[in-house]
Design a protein around this ligand. Structure first.
Ligand code: GLU
Length: 482
């Protein structure tokens, strides 16, 4: 049987990085096996409907380079792929479980359920629907149930979970899992408004969409015993399950908005390359080899194995992402980056000269992690500094420097060429003659022309600025501080 997997997000308004990882693992797995990867929108909870959320989700997935073989957009023979368009089917199959004796009517009010939970809490037992004491078709009997139904009494349909014994299933990441049936709740399958819950819709769809492998986040592991029971009750073959490890903050708490960005869009907007994010995210919980970190999508497809996914939670290390983004930044031609940034450079009044912008990018690209840091970092390459790092100035703008620097500048003025090798040679020679350390002059030149302690190589910086600007900047500085 050929592999069919699905990414089944609930549209909450944005794509979580954990969701991106789930989508990527599904995609890598499908492509590795020459199978199909399906996008299904799980929007059964209409109270959480967010305008534009689905479009946003699809846009982010496409940005990341994931194309689905079947989806609400491209269609497919097992559609529709949006759960809100499949409600009749869930109702039909919910009723089938009821008729087969694997599900039942329950009539409890929210107050009655609250009282039950309170009793259980007081007694120190885990909250679970108590089929033997609550108001349902078993406790009320057939006649009373029929009467309530004829009266249109509000009701739900619940899954009939065995009261004893074990529920077993295997997980490709975690191995054999055994859960005592008494720990599994009688899950609501159809709500009082007739809408299905996630559990019913998910199982029905995975079956009819002929999903072979369910690959999803660890938070769904507690739901899987219920799903396994439902497959068995319907008489359907269970798919294989694989639950992916949690994503963690550096302090090992669950990755949350409070400690940083979790939306893929945030990373995109901050200037991370999709190639970097798509390389970084799958390595949260999986690594094809231990000797390198940079992989193309094709290499990841080639090497992906669900069995190699870790059980332990994976820490989302932003520094590693920054490093990786810089690796990709180095691979981008400066001309391409200049194309992308020229409008912004004009708007900010930095430059309208694309050739110069390209030179500046070549100069500073290794000093930043992200594209959108390039212009802020390199502002001094476009505007003459009027402020100078105080600490830096105090350290290097000494009497000795004051005495020698004007002479070096004179030599610059008469230099035949203004490339970094020539400039370096001039300063080196002067340092030798004067007996002052070369580093002192290099620092002062940096201070005078950029105002900053950190930047690209100083002689390369001078070359890129060009003779005219270098002399003007030095004169400005001497005019104020000599
Ligand atoms: N709709 C669920 C989610 O939002 C899907 C879980 C699953 O893949 O079964 O994550």
């Amino acid at each position: 049987m050929s592999v069919r997997v699905r990414f089944a997000p609930s549209p909450t308004g944005y794509l979580h990085v954990g969701g991106l990882r789930t989508a990527l693992y599904n995609y890598l797995f499908a492509k590795h096996h020459g199978g199909k990867c399906i996008l299904r929108i799980e929007d059964t909870d209409r109270t959480r409907f967010v305008e534009g959320a689905v479009e946003n989700l699809i846009r982010s997935l496409r940005w990341a380079g994931i194309e689905f073989d079947e989806s609400p957009e491209v269609g497919g023979e097992y559609g529709p792929y949006t759960q809100s368009e499949r409600f009749d089917m869930y109702r039909q199959y919910g009723m089938e479980l009821l008729h087969k004796g694997h599900a039942y009517y329950a009539f409890d009010t929210p107050e009655e359920l609250d009282a039950m939970r309170e009793r259980q809490q007081k007694a120190g037992i885990a909250p679970r629907y108590d089929r033997t004491t609550m108001r349902n078709q078993y406790t009320l009997g057939e006649a009373e149930t029929a009467r309530l139904m004829a009266d249109n009494a509000p009701h739900v349909i619940r899954l009939k979970v065995p009261l004893a014994g074990e529920i077993k299933f295997s997980d490709l990441v975690r191995g054999e899992i055994v859960v005592p049936a008494r720990d599994v709740d009688d899950q609501i399958l159809l709500k009082s408004d007739g809408f299905p819950t996630y559990h019913l819709a998910n199982v029905v769809d995975d079956h009819f969409m002929q999903i072979t492998h369910v690959i999803r986040g660890e938070e769904w592991l507690p739901s899987t015993p219920k799903h396994a029971l439902m497959y068995d009750a319907f008489g359907w073959e269970r798919p294989a399950f694989a639950h992916l490890p949690l994503l963690l903050n550096p302090d090992k708490s669950k990755l949350s908005k409070r400690q940083g960005d979790v939306a893929v869009e945030d990373y995109r907007d901050k200037g991370y390359f999709k190639e970097a994010l798509v390389n970084f995210v799958p390595l949260l919980g999986w690594n094809p080899t231990s000797d390198r970190e940079i992989f193309s999508m094709a290499e990841m497809i080639e090497t992906f194995r669900l069995e190699k996914v870790n059980k332990a939670g994976a820490v989302f290390d932003i520094q590693k992402l920054d490093w990786m983004n810089n690796e990709y930044l180095r691979l981008k031609p400066s001309a391409e980056l200049a194309d992308a940034l020229i409008d912004e450079a004009c708007e900010k009044g930095l430059t309208d000269n694309k050739a110069y912008l390209e030179q500046v990018i070549t100069l500073v690209r290794e000093r930043v992690h992200k594209v959108n840091e390039l212009l802020p970092f390199a502002t001094y390459m476009f505007q003459q500094p009027t402020e100078f790092d105080e600490e830096y100035k105090a350290k290097f703008w000494t009497d000795e420097a004051k005495q020698h620097i004007p002479k070096i500048i004179e030599k610059f003025r008469h230099a035949e060429s203004f490339d970094h090798t020539t400039l370096n040679g001039i300063v080196k020679e002067y340092a030798k003659e004067s007996g002052v350390k070369m580093g002192v002059f290099a620092n002062v030149l940096r201070l005078m022309t950029t105002g900053k302690q950190v930047g690209a190589g100083v002689f390369e910086t001078l070359e890129t600025l060009g003779k005219e600007h270098v002399l003007a900047r030095c004169e400005y500085f001497l005019g104020r501080f000599a």
